[in-house]
Design a protein around this ligand. Structure first.
Ligand code: ATP
Ligand code: MG
Length: 450
């Protein structure tokens, strides 16, 4: 880390020599619309009138400095969030305000859909490693000091007297310029280990590397087995975000370099193998969504299945036992079946046998198995054929039809229905008439029917 932190309200530095506020104004004008800036000016004025200064904070400041579009706009208020939100809402018709008293946060939604997230500036205290923090109101300096990384601990004042004033007490701008990810204090990862995974996301998205002191702190926290103290729900939420990143190669590289693989599997994967099957998995997911728009699929389940495919089953079970993965029980069942299904598919020739093998897997399991085969491979072709054609196939005769033909209800009827369905899959029957003839040929119906 090696910085004397908190030279409060530090100005921006770098190659641009224009005065900080002017530089921020230029960036704001360059990247944000006139209408959006006007709204920020209005909020700044309203907040100042109430004696509760407002600041742009976090990701949107970081993204502005990097010329990236900001997905969300966060405001920190030094005081009563509700009062500011309600005063802003009163000024404009059609504006919606949602206040969350339990978090002291508010969401302002403008008639055109533009949204601002307001939170009260706060001080955080971590009563125990990896526990949730105790929170009390604070000022903007304290609020920036509770944050995860220097690049996320910058603010822009919205106060009418100092609009565009840049607060960078931890040197986030310089770190951004040097591509460095740096925590704010030595216990940061111990207080909140999810920051390692948040950091990994930022490092991959913005091509950052760990500042050497921060890397030491990460290793120290890992040596304390800090993740063992974190709830499964918090861990899984962050891992899910990581698995959703576009740049999977970048994710793998960082998981290796930061020694975070044990969170996902006991040993790091063979170089290249898992990465390429997961990249293929992504292609299969895209293929599926293209062909079945609107059908529900847990994309990350496909990736988890691939991650756990060739490790002891108990390792996957241990993790799913603690993580709230929506269809975890399907993943575990697929992991038990996949090797056998894969072997049997390589031998199977009858379409009905092939279809039933695919049908024994859940949707993510099917896509995971497809991902393990080259796109043009014969097994992959049968899998796609199953999804596109066979999965929705219905037998031309129902149980009711069979009873109308004189078959008695009971287990025997179920067996006949299953055989009919298989014959349909094998192309031996096409419609009610060919099905009736097939039943006669099988001796199930008499050749002359009453
Ligand atoms: P993104 O573009 O992914 O939304 P972001 O920086 O806005 O990036 P958020 O998760 O939206 O990330 O959080 C907003 C801000 O809240 C962060 O920039 C950071 O300052 C702070 N923050 C969020 N989570 C933590 C955490 N676990 N510890 C400390 N600060 C955090
Ligand atoms: Mg954000």
């Amino acid at each position: 880390m090696g910085r004397t932190a908190l030279s409060s309200h530090q100005t921006i530095s770098g190659t641009d020599n224009s005065p900080p506020a002017a530089q921020i104004h230029r960036l704001l004008r360059q990247h944000w619309s006139e209408a959006r800036l006007l709204r920020l000016h209005d909020i700044g004025k309203t907040a100042a009138r109430l004696g509760t200064p407002a600041y742009l904070v976090g990701g949107c400041v970081r993204d502005l400095l990097q010329n990236h579009p900001a997905p969300d706009t966060d405001l920190a208020i030094e005081g009563d969030v509700r009062a500011v939100a309600e005063a802003c809402t009163a000024q404009l018709s059609g504006m919606r305000c949602t206040y969350h008293p339990q978090f002291g946060t508010a969401i302002l939604e403008y008639p055109d859909g533009f949204r601002l997230d307001l939170a009260r500036c706060r001080v955080e205290h971590y009563p125990a490693p990896a526990a949730l923090p105790e929170v009390r109101p604070g000022d903007i300096v304290a609020d920036l000091a509770r944050r995860d990384f220097t690049i996320n601990a910058m603010a822009i004042s919205l106060d009418p007297g100092s609009f565009g004033g840049f607060l960078d007490p931890h040197g986030g701008r310089t770190d951004l310029q040097h591509g460095l990810l740096r925590v704010l204090h030595p216990l940061s990862f111990v207080d909140d280990p999810t920051r390692m995974l948040r950091g990994l996301r930022f490092a991959v998205r913005f091509h950052l590397r760990l500042e050497p002191g921060t890397h030491v702190l990460l290793k120290t926290a890992l040596a304390r087995d800090i993740f063992a103290r974190l709830s499964g729900a918090r861990l899984w939420r962050e891992l899910k975000y990581v698995l959703e990143l576009d740049d999977l190669a970048g994710v793998f590289e960082k998981l290796d370099a930061w020694q975070l693989w044990p969170l996902l599997r006991p040993v790091p994967p063979e170089p290249g193998t898992l990465l390429s099957s997961m990249q293929r998995g992504r292609q299969e997911i895209t293929w599926f969504h293209r062909h079945f728009p609107g059908e529900k699929l847990f994309d990350t389940s496909v990736l988890l299945t691939l991650i756990w495919r060739h490790i002891p089953w108990a390792e996957a079970e241990k993790r799913l036992h603690c993580w709230p993965v929506a269809d975890g029980h399907h993943i575990l069942r697929d992991l038990q079946l996949l090797s056998e299904v894969s072997e049997d598919l390589a031998k199977a020739t009858r379409p009905s046998t092939v279809a039933q093998l695919w049908a024994s897997l859940s949707l993510p399991g099917i896509l995971a198995l497809l991902a393990e085969h080259p796109e043009s491979d014969a097994v992959a072709e049968t899998g796609r054929h199953y999804l596109l054609k066979q999965r929705g196939l219905k037998s031309p005769l129902s149980g009711r039809d069979l009873q109308a033909m004189g078959l008695a209800p009971g287990p025997q009827l179920g067996k006949v229905l299953r055989r009919l369905y298989e014959a349909h899959l094998d192309g031996e029957i096409e419609d009610k008439e060919t099905a009736r003839q097939w039943l006669i040929r099988q001796g199930i119906l008499p050749s002359i029917q009453p």
